[in-house]
Write a protein that binds this ligand. Structure first.
Ligand code: HEC
Ligand code: HEC
Length: 286
């Protein structure tokens, strides 16, 4: 195409766009009532490293929502077992929520937190009763994070709830199907082979993960531990086949396309059997 034939229609489009932008421009920004709450994203948000990322929303609850985002992405640095203020030590390990709820809970294939706010209160098969969202959150706190419950009136619980409400407006993702049964019964010794060849590169040969900084600092992990004293406890969903198999198959090695898994179904069951067989803290109700 010659430049001139292209330039003509292009010029018209540009001129139209300028006129349209002028006509549509709202000269008066809406008045700040002082009670405005953040306008939640209507579409599915993407807080992955490749996405547009999290921006502190406007509105009075913006800072609280941002604190919730901080808690989900850097739990260890705010409420981990090594933070200076002992009263703030809610989590018992140095994991962060998004080690499992990937991309700050915006990954559809890793137990998303988007769209779940309005599904609570809801019946819990674990508790055999209807539970609130803060109760559900504390179940992750006491099991996945091996910690103690956060009081409802704490700023941390309020921040996490504010964040979940903020990303709660998008329609929930369809639940991921439970993993199909494997061709052979899951076997931990075959799983050990999968672990060494596939997982150890990141989670380390000893499964204890790779620290960002030093032991006993508040820096958390580059690659989180899969077992051992600083991992999720035996009451956590991740310690059970119905959660770990699907999670690992869809998301590990980290970065894999969930729709085209790298592991076979059998490998996912076998490596899960291996991980489940390893030592980890024991869940204690508190
Ligand atoms: C070791 C992995 C792991 C970690 C770490 C973790 N969770 Fe979870 N979480 C899970 C699993 C597994 C489920 C169950 C998902 C399901 O029911 O399908 C879950 C469920 C939830 C739910 C209920 C979601 C729903 O759809 O009903 C909430 C809320 C939640 N987690 C919040 C958190 C918060 C907040 C943190 C950090 C303080 C956290 N989790 C840390 C694994 C984890
Ligand atoms: C390329 C590096 C890499 C490889 C290889 C890898 N993972 Fe991960 N894994 C990660 C990262 C990073 C996270 C935390 C995700 C985040 O914070 O975004 C994670 C999180 C996890 C979690 C949840 C958090 C926890 O600490 O328990 C499990 C379970 C897991 N991986 C299992 C596996 C298994 C099993 C394999 C081998 C089949 C594997 N991973 C291979 C990087 C990797």
């Amino acid at each position: 195409m010659k430049f001139t034939t292209f330039a003509w229609p292009f010029g018209i489009v540009c001129a139209t766009a300028v006129v349209a932008a002028f006509l549509l421009h709202d000269p008066e920004p809406p008045a700040n009532t002082g009670f405005a709450s953040a306008e939640p994203p209507k579409t599915w948000p993407d807080y992955s490293v490749n996405g547009p990322g999290f921006k502190v929303p406007g509105g009075d609850d913006g800072p609280l929502i941002a604190h919730g985002y901080e808690l989900i992405t850097r739990t260890f640095a705010n409420i981990g077992p090594k933070v200076e203020d002992r009263a703030m030590r809610f989590a018992g390990n140095n994991l962060t929520c998004q080690n499992c709820h990937l991309d700050a809970g915006t990954n559809r294939y890793a137990m998303p937190l988007v769209g779940t706010f309005k599904t609570y209160p809801k019946y819990s098969t674990r508790d055999k009763r209807v539970i609130s969202l803060s109760e559900r959150l504390n179940e992750c706190m006491t099991r996945s994070m091996n910690g103690r419950p956060m009081p409802d009136e704490s700023r941390e619980m309020k921040a996490l709830l504010a964040f979940m409400r903020y990303v709660g407006d998008a329609p929930p993702a369809p639940a991921q199907p439970a993993p199909e049964a494997p061709p052979l019964a899951p076997d931990a010794s075959r799983g050990a082979q999968v672990f060494v060849t596939v997982c150890a590169a990141c989670h380390q040969e000893n499964g204890l993960g790779k620290r960002t900084g030093a032991v006993n600092d508040v820096g958390g992990y580059v690659f989180p531990p899969l077992w051992g004293p600083d991992s999720f406890n035996d009451g956590a969903g991740m310690d059970h086949y119905e959660r770990i198999v699907g999670f690992v198959r869809r998301n590990m090695p980290r970065g894999v396309d969930p729709l085209h898994p790298q592991l076979t179904l059998q490998q996912a069951w076998d490596v899960s059997a291996y991980v489940i067989a390893q030592p980890r803290p024991h869940y204690q109700a508190r």
